[in-house]
Design a protein around this ligand. Structure first.
Ligand code: DP6
Length: 329
């Protein structure tokens, strides 16, 4: 029989959580312990091609043209195995993935990366494109990636231990609300404690973990209500509380996890001063790293960007808008 190659391509955008995910209810199934809600961003994009090729002796994973080994490649192979099982395929795959943003700056790439990978592998395997299944596959690799399958505002519910499947769900499209998300770069180099390890360490050792899990649904509900009403103050306040709560939980671990750098705190004060002294609606969030992300209305974005760039230690500010769902081909 002739050797077969099957290939598929997908482009996915990164997302930023407005209500944060931190902690798992089931580690092997990678189910989140708390609900989260995100905004897909138009600016930070991953393009991935997957080719199943019967002549390959093993899976090959390239990120930005560099061959990946160890853990990075193992997580990709696990996702490919799920797709192969569903499609009844045996062939190994070549994965070629490119980020349009500097991964060295420590910006999250796993969300757009695993979403694009799941979608491209789905297409390459010849399966009909099914957003829910792609989101569930992406979620098993990295829970935040489940949300990058969809555009606009997206929720991911908490999972019950042992739950068979869990996908994200869009709650409002990108054109629902013309907000901006500014990313202030406050440090160079990859983060020291990845989110997977950081949240597990928090669960095992932080006295604040249980309180975080109990309170997170209320914060999520306020973020969701605020998004549906386009109420920036409601979203912003709940988002800041969600951010500070999960960081407090991580900091209280043993040993503590501290993602903040001096410019992180300086940028947080810039945001606060804009709000309190100038009456500009700007709200901050952070992920498992030192960068500060600011949610605001489109009309205020340029002014906030100038203030962030004038903050000691902020080297660059990217401006993103609500972004689209995964694009195939
Ligand atoms: C702080 O999705 O990277 O960015 O499921 O272990 O891969 P894994 O974790 P990941 O965690 C993201 C955590 C966060 C908040 C968020 O994006 O909701």
């Amino acid at each position: 029989m002739a050797k077969r190659t099957l290939s598929g391509r997908a482009r996915a955008c990164a997302n930023i959580a407005l209500a944060k995910y931190w902690g798992k209810s089931d580690i092997p199934l990678n189910l989140p312990a708390v609900p989260s809600l995100s905004l897909t961003l138009d600016k930070l994009v991953t393009d991935t091609r997957v080719t199943f090729d019967e002549q390959l002796p093993a899976d090959e994973v390239f990120l930005d043209e560099t061959l990946q080994t160890g853990k990075a490649s193992a997580r990709v192979v696990e996702l490919l195995d799920r797709v192969r099982k569903k499609a009844g395929l045996a062939a190994y795959a070549r994965v070629q993935s490119k980020n349009n943003f500097p991964t060295a700056a420590g910006l999250a790439s796993s969300a757009s990366g695993f979403a694009a990978l799941a979608a491209a592998a789905n297409v390459a395997a010849g399966l009909p494109y099914d957003e829910k299944r792609v989101s569930a596959w992406a979620r098993q690799s990295s829970a935040s990636a489940a949300r990058s399958v969809y555009g606009g505002f997206v929720e991911l519910k908490a999972g019950r231990p042992g739950q068979k499947s869990l996908s994200a769900r869009p709650i409002a499209p990108a054109d629902h609300w013309d907000v901006r998300l500014l990313v202030a770069i406050t440090a160079q180099g990859p983060k020291k404690v990845g989110s997977t390890l950081g949240m597990e360490h928090s669960r095992e050792t932080s006295p604040l973990y249980q309180a975080w899990v109990e309170q997170s649904t209320a914060m999520f509900n306020r973020v969701k209500r605020g998004v549906l009403r386009r109420d920036l103050e409601m979203v912003g306040r709940a988002m800041e509380q969600s951010t500070f709560s999960f960081h407090a939980c991580a900091m209280a671990s043993d040993p503590g996890i501290l993602y903040w750098q001096p410019p992180t705190i300086a940028a947080l004060h810039t945001v606060r001063a804009l709000r309190e002294d100038k009456g500009i609606a700007a709200y901050a969030t952070m992920d498992a790293g030192p960068h500060v992300k600011v949610l605001c209305e489109a009309k205020d974005a340029a002014r906030i960007k100038r203030a962030l760039l004038a903050t000691e230690g902020v080297s660059e500010v990217l401006t993103a808008r609500p972004g689209p769902a995964i694009r195939l081909g």
